[in-house]
Design a binder for this molecule. Structure first.
Ligand SMILES: C[S@@+](CC[C@H](N)C(=O)[O-])C[C@H]1O[C@@H](n2cnc3c(N)ncnc32)[C@H](O)[C@@H]1O
Length: 265
């Protein structure tokens, strides 16, 4: 599968379910990322893989000149509607691809991505594009899922049941600090990382799993494919429930994420 075909499948994937209902949980992470990146009213900011716009809208609330870009028009439509309700008609929304950003070189003071650019199939192309549109001395910062934490382990489980196309690196490699440093390379200085927890309330692992199946594209897709094979679907659900159970404490499922920031040289 070539990169163009992969991205058209990604577009369909993220339109499955309703990620807008998950964005209530990514909203606090957006607050963390924007603070971690030092966004202020003086900045022009790009949010790559904006989804329903939680990072872009957070930056705009701080007074930044803000642009949000995403592959999936259904999610962008929610971003446009949501920001308009808040009176932020001046955010520039673009349907587009992290691997081919439709902006001139050195356009932004800050380039952000929250669980977005990690899904581009060619990491080296996506990061080169994000750095290209960033001004020298500007800040790049992103949130990603580590492979050894809940979402990373769920993605590995999904890959065992519904194998991804060959040759596409796992998105959770973006959650590995060594890989992140290597991919940022000599183009940046002052790399800092920090971790945080995205908490999702649940009374039981099955409740959390049902939410993912209904709202989050990669999980909705796994159920869609496995529904042809009820025994494997039951086994996948059992594995998911066991995994979620390990991270459920005080009725909160704890999803640990990695934040990275760096300054373009
Ligand atoms: C997990 S959602 C995150 C959305 C949002 N940033 C948030 O935190 O709520 C992943 C997003 O990445 C987008 N995406 C995936 N591949 C992309 C690509 N190559 N270029 C731009 N966006 C992409 C999807 O359309 C989806 O909106």
């Amino acid at each position: 599968m070539d990169a163009t075909e992969f991205k058209s499948k990604q577009r369909e994937l993220w339109a499955l379910g309703n990620f807008g209902d998950m964005a209530v949980f990514t909203t606090p992470v957006a607050g963390h990322l924007v603070r971690f990146a030092g966004v202020s009213h003086a900045h022009s900011v790009l949010d790559v893989g904006t989804g329903t716009g939680v990072v872009a809208i957070t930056a705009r609330r701080l007074g930044a000149r803000t642009t949000g870009l995403d592959l999936t028009p259904e999610l962008l439509a929610q971003a446009i509607q949501g920001s308009s309700h808040l009176g932020y008609d001046d955010i520039a929304w673009h349907e587009g691809d992290a691997e081919a950003l439709p902006f001139p070189d050195a356009s932004f003071d800050v380039v952000l991505s929250q669980f977005g650019h990690m899904f581009a199939p060619r990491p080296e192309v996506a990061i080169a594009e994000m750095l290209r549109v960033l001004k020298p001395g500007g800040m790049i910062a992103f949130a990603t899922w580590p492979g050894e934490q809940l979402i990373g382990r769920q993605f590995s489980t999904n890959a065992r049941y519904v194998p991804p196309p060959p040759g596409v690196p796992s998105p959770v490699l973006w959650g590995d600090v060594g890989t992140v440093r290597q991919r940022l390379g000599d183009n940046v200085k002052s790399i800092h990382t920090e971790r945080g927890i995205m908490g999702i309330p649940a009374l039981h692992p099955k409740q959390m799993r049902a939410l993912l199946e209904a709202k989050a594209g990669p999980f909705a897709r796994a159920v869609e494919v496995l529904s042809q094979e009820p025994a494997r679907l039951a086994e996948w659900r059992r594995e998911m429930d066991e995994l979620i159970d390990e991270y459920l404490a005080d009725n909160i499922v704890r999803h640990e994420y990695l934040l990275t920031r760096a300054v373009k040289v």
